[in-house]
Design a binder for this molecule. Sequence first.
Ligand code: BDP
Length: 693
Amino acid sequence: QEGYELWLDYKKIQDTTVKKKYASFLNNIELIGNSSTIQAIKDELQLARTGFEFENSDPSGNSKLIIGIQSNLPSSLKSQIDTENLGNEGYTITSLNNKETIVISGNSDVALLYGTFGLLREMQQKNDISNLNIEEKPKIQKRVLNHWDNLDRTVERGYAGFSIWDWHLLPELIKPEYKDYARANAAIGINGTVLTNVNSNALILTPHYIEKVKALAEVFRPYGIQVYLTARFSAPIELGDLDTADPLDEDVKKWWKNIADEIYSEIPDFGGFLVKADSEGQPGPFQYDRTHVDGANMLAEAVAPYDGIIMWRAFVYSEEDPDDRAKQAYDQFIPYDGKFADNVLVQVKNGAIDFQPREPFHPMFGAMPDTPLMMEFQITQEYLGFSSHLVFLPKLYEEVLDEDTFSDGENSPVAKVIDGTNSNKKLTGIAGVANIGTEKNWTGHPFGQANWYGFGRLAWDPYMDSKDIAKEWLKINFSNEENFVKPMTDLLIESREAVVNYMTPLGLHHIMATSHHYGPGPWVDDLGRPEWNPVYYHKADKNGIGFDRTSSGSDALSQYAKPIEEKYSSPETTPEKYLLWFHHLAWEYEMKNGKTLWDNIALHYQTGVEQVEEMQATWEEMEPYVNEREFEKTSMLLEIQLKEAKWWRDACLSYFQQFSNMELPEGVPEPEHNLEYYKSIERPFAPGINPSW
Ligand code: BDP
């Protein structure tokens, strides 16, 4: 009822024919092997049988489900199952023996677990399983959640309660949530989790905490999930008795090696470290006149003997650098292409500013052919209405993954950069900043779960269609009836464009209110650093609006490949969705539909509001398919979303209108209040704020 089960809610199967068919396999299972992962498979199948209510169905007929790694299969089956190219995690699900046998196979027990979840997913969607021939293999190696969880259990930019890691009671108390978290992640192919905030606390590296981390790692291990931690660069000073954290200092190197030795002696499959250095006040190598490469490679050396990796973040922008913030990460990192150690991934946010409702892809993708780049998406909705707005993020992720970087000629989408296709990268990765907390349903908004789910699915296969993901999730979670799935798929897909429209249409960005980033604040101009202020990003004045990133402006455009640079250098050929990201244009500028820029901005805001109204109308019809609590909760949340979409529209249009001095076009209502009113709205409490900005 509360949504705690996530996508592992094995609901009773009503249709008797379907039920009989599925039960005939699940009631006659041969599971080959003996490990904690095999036990996990067994447990999961039992949960499914109970949930589906198969227990009392006859195991009639000769149907059988066989699960085993290829080399362990009975010889009659072995020759029929080819797992040679599946790597360690890929699996096959095959119907054999006149379709009376289903075989799940692969090369490791974890592959079998993935295959089992694969089969259960088919059943949850009530798909036909009579002739299966599924072959799946993840396209990206490190598929990782990033928790921005602090040791005091607050969650930076977390809107679903407190951290699920109960540090106080670990390692003695192992909450059932830990295992359920692992199951949910394994079911969508996530194989790593960074437990702590990128703005990190060195204490996590002390034996006291490592013992707790170890306890979690033990719960996750059977599910193929590795644990990672964030490493605070200044830890040798804070925890050791060193007076420097200089990455080239021998004592510092030794200190980190010791830490690695200690961690690995407790957690042999520890994944490695995620590091935010020299960014937003976090310590890093710069203080010692060293580079990102010096810092990353020093840590990489410490974990290399154990196959550990370093995920070094590229989210950097400097106070001293007056240049366009969007350019800075590229400028800082490009010179180091090819210089990072083999076990370093450079982790890059999807866009060059910061997790906006829409950004063009980060120009680093495609510009570092000799460095493995890891994608960082945000699942928690920092800039997209927290856990109160329904926004289906896989649509956003897909847009980024599909964008052509032209790095290796045409058809070099971001997906090919991060999955290694374009340059045969040995190490590949993708991260999602989690939206998980202690709320009963994990994510607060019932539809927040779809974003966690969708992130996992795309991490496994970055070429998946977001529409298919939406359908899958809707069927598993609610109902597979066409009258539900069809309109709700449209709703999910459209929800992303709705939020862009009512918050930041036509390439506008970062005009959210101060520090908490909730609600509109295009007028804010008094924050400590210029690039923290919305006015820096929209640059509205009486001559027009938008950030000129062409050669007549900051020239950030030149960081992209030539075909993009050429196309976007003129507003006429720039995709309108990115117009004001790259151009500063007059309010009267005529757009493709023959209307002025001002009219288009206003109409987009209005469309955003109308889209939320449509979402509401659709949802009203869905009552028969959804449990009462989730129905009610989502209805109330949509009401909030509508109110706030109007708030965004009215506040932004009142503000921009002072500069445009133009009337609102037909169809856009006058704001209910004056600008002063919108400016005066304060949020007395907003969760997840880093107190430092
Ligand atoms: C920004 C957040 C801030 C994070 C930072 C980061 O506002 O809380 O610490 O990104 O990614 O989006 O490091």
